[in-house]
Design a protein around this ligand. Structure first.
Ligand code: IMP
Length: 177
């Protein structure tokens, strides 16, 4: 790991993250019929913190599923290839599904995952919630239905997001200058 935590600058403080995630959950609640169950799909590992924070505030009956995908490896740029480690999902016939991801960058990972879920799992409805939307880096046609923050093309870490596997545990979002 070449980077030092001393060089990490704070971009978003813990309180700001939590407040915004709570208002995003309100937005999601108001977009669904709260009597209908919702299946949340957490995209590991980056979405883990966002997923657990967001799910606390959802008011409909919620089920949780987990998939594991990566397109970055140890670099700060997308490799352009998907590595899938686990895509085992039940048949979600006629269910409302919400994919929960840390960040949409080029869109490669989510383009793949959304198509995969639509093809394999016969869900009633598939939507996408992301913590960060790096719109300026987009190469695939992926538009999140719910997004907490829009950011420019900088590499960020913390709150689930990593560099070489580190920094996911931070309760804030930081960047290296
Ligand atoms: P995409 O497939 O190019 O959209 O990249 C999405 C994946 O790349 C995310 O799920 C993250 O794991 C990773 N990623 C993209 N941008 C960043 C970043 O700024 N910091 C850490 N990981 C990132």
């Amino acid at each position: 790991m070449e980077k030092d935590i001393k060089d990490l600058k704070v971009l978003i403080k813990p309180s700001e993250l939590k407040d915004r995630i709570k208002t995003l959950a309100d937005e999601i609640n108001s977009n669904y019929n709260l009597d209908e169950p919702l299946t949340l799909i957490c995209v590991l590992r980056g979405a883990v913190m966002f997923f657990s924070e967001l799910s606390k505030y959802l008011k409909m009956p919620v089920k949780m599923e987990f998939v594991s995908l990566s397109s970055y490896g140890d670099a700060q740029k997308s490799s352009g290839k998907i590595k899938s480690f686990n895509l085992n999902l039940p048949n979600m016939h006629d269910e409302n599904v919400l994919i929960v991801e840390d960040i949409v960058d080029t869109g490669l990972t989510l383009d793949f995952l959304i198509k995969f879920i639509k093809m394999k799992c016969s869900a009633k409805d598939v939507k996408l919630a992301v913590l960060f939307d790096k719109k300026c880096a987009r190469k695939y046609d992926v538009i999140p239905d719910f997004s907490a923050f829009e950011i420019d093309d900088k590499f960020i870490v913390g709150f689930g997001l990593d560099y070489c596997g580190y920094y996911r545990n931070l309760d804030y979002i930081g960047y290296f200058e």
